[in-house]
Write a protein that binds this ligand. Structure first.
Ligand code: HEM
Length: 463
């Protein structure tokens, strides 16, 4: 797991922010000659084309949507500056200006002291030992999913994995079985994904505009919050009977003995359902899409599984021996990064790549673009797990690959996700072959995550 993006596991770790007294006066170049609306339009139509155009201006590019300044960073060294070195000058930006009433008090979006306190508490649910204890739930979920398929059945693979990863997440983090009348969890997770699309004009409208999507989102969010409030009430005073993230949140106290507020706990649950479910499910979906398209990769994977696992589920001791499986996952997260872009907001005038970046500028750090830049990857559009040799990893600049972000705010669920992928992939591959029935090059929707616009349809054949 050496090259899954740079990380620092201690939230207080990291080099301190540099102090630049003499900031340059020049702001980044960019397509300011274009009509302002033109930018918004082309971003909606084709994000890749839009970023191609931006890259003509260099590694730090300024542009504007009608009502705010943007800056895109297209070089790994500068991405490292933002995430790892000067991170204190770049706050999280959760697209709230686009109407993202989401989970402002959750770990993904808090900043400063509140974030540090939350991260330190929540980190305890993600220690290596804890995560390893979730392995059985992951394996069991995968086996149940496969047992539910008939030989020859046609399935929507993305939906099957989405159900599976939601189930794994709720069971391991909230000790909750989805069959326990909690349809609202599934509905909420789906609605959350539906409304974040940057290719839909409604995303550019504030929350108070009652588009059908926004109305539905608000209704479902409110139902979901009531559901979580009920769960919290039920657990209060009984936290020690459970061994999950929710109990940890309920029991957590800061140095002054203060516990987390109800809103904070609820927003954590919303956050984890959002951040930990569809991301992993998409990684599985794209991996099996490519395996169905590339028989030679599939063959090599089968050989590794035969020799290391011999048909069984991977135990913890096996994981280090599944090196090709890991390469396949790495390549899948490169070509199809589920979190395809990251956002920040500049908290004070700062310098980046020789330019002045004014306070308030929104920064975008696009994994989908950096991961397919010819400067770092040969034949970047090709799915080729064998590119991930040790020498290649050593030669690759840090932050030319960052599917899990980086710096103090790197994905807290990275090890959880990798264990899940490395457990589920071999279990499914050893018992099932898939014949791809839908488009081999599906259209991708740059929504809150990088999703297929249509279902990925497969015919199951049991092995
Ligand atoms: C393949 C799967 C996953 C991918 C690609 C992914 C990607 C990311 C990325 C890129 C970030 C950084 C966002 C930023 O800095 O703006 C992040 C943060 C986060 N992820 Fe993940 N993630 C995955 C799985 C998970 C899982 C399984 C969980 C929970 C169990 C999770 C929970 C979180 C949380 C809570 C944060 C915010 C951390 C903080 O700001 O301190 N993620 N993830």
């Amino acid at each position: 797991m050496s090259n899954l993006g740079p990380e620092s596991s201690d939230p207080s770790e990291g080099r301190s922010a540099r102090v630049d007294e003499d900031l340059p006066s020049k702001t980044p170049p960019g397509p300011d000659g274009l009509p302002v609306v033109g930018n918004a339009r082309s971003l909606i139509r084709d994000p890749r084309e839009f970023y191609d155009k931006l890259s003509e201006y260099g590694s730090v590019v300024g542009y504007r949507l009608p009502w705010m300044e943007f800056c895109t960073v297209l070089h790994p060294e500068l991405i490292e500056r933002v995430l790892m070195v000067d991170y204190e000058r770049y706050a999280k930006w959760g697209l709230e200006d686009f109407g993202g009433e989401f989970a402002p008090e959750g770990l993904l979006l808090t900043d400063g002291e509140q974030w540090r306190r939350q991260r330190t508490t929540i980190q305890n649910a993600f220690t290596v030992e804890r995560i390893q204890s979730y392995g059985d739930t992951m394996a069991q979920g995968a086996t149940e999913m496969i047992n539910g398929w008939d030989d020859g059945e046609e399935i929507a693979l993305n939906q099957a994995f989405s159900k599976l990863t939601l189930d794994v997440l709720t069971r391991s983090l909230f000790d909750l079985q989805l069959s326990e009348g909690s349809d609202i969890v599934t509905e909420f997770a789906e609605t959350l994904n539906d409304r974040g699309s940057i290719d839909g004009i409604s995303t550019f409208l504030p929350m108070w505009v009652p588009t059908p999507k926004n109305r539905k989102y608000k209704r479902v969010l409110s139902e979901f919050r009531s559901f979580v409030d009920g769960l919290i009430d039920e657990r209060r005073g009984r936290a020690d009977e459970y061994d999950d993230l929710l109990s940890l949140l309920l029991a957590a106290e800061d140095d002054d003995g203060n516990t987390m507020s109800e809103t904070e706990i609820r927003d954590q649950m919303v956050t984890f359902l959002f951040a930990g479910h569809e991301t992993t499910s998409l990684a599985l979906t794209y991996t099996f899409l490519e395996l169905a398209k590339e028989p030679s990769v599939r063959e090599r994977l089968d050989t590794e599984h035969d020799s290391v696992l011999g048909g069984g589920a991977p135990g913890l001791g096996d994981l280090n021996n599944l090196s090709y499986t890991e390469q396949v996952i790495q390549e899948s997260l490169r070509l199809y990064p589920p979190a395809f872009i990251m956002f920040r907001k500049v908290t004070e005038d700062t310098e980046l790549g020789g330019y002045r970046i004014p306070k308030g500028t929104r920064l975008t750090l696009p994994q989908f673009y950096i991961h397919t830049d010819e400067r770092w990857y040969d034949a970047p559009e090709r799915f080729d797990p064998s590119r991930w040799t040790e020498e290649f990893e050593d030669s690759l600049p840090d932050y030319a690959y960052f599917p899990f972000g980086g710096g103090p705010r790197h994905c807290i669920g990275m090890r959880f996700a990798m264990l899940e992928l490395k457990t589920i992939l071999p279990i499914v591959a050893q018992s099932t072959e898939f014949e791809l029935l839908s488009d081999p090059d599906p259209e991708l929707d740059m929504a809150t995550t990088l999703r297929p616009a249509e279902d990925i349809r497969m015919r199951v054949s049991k092995r």
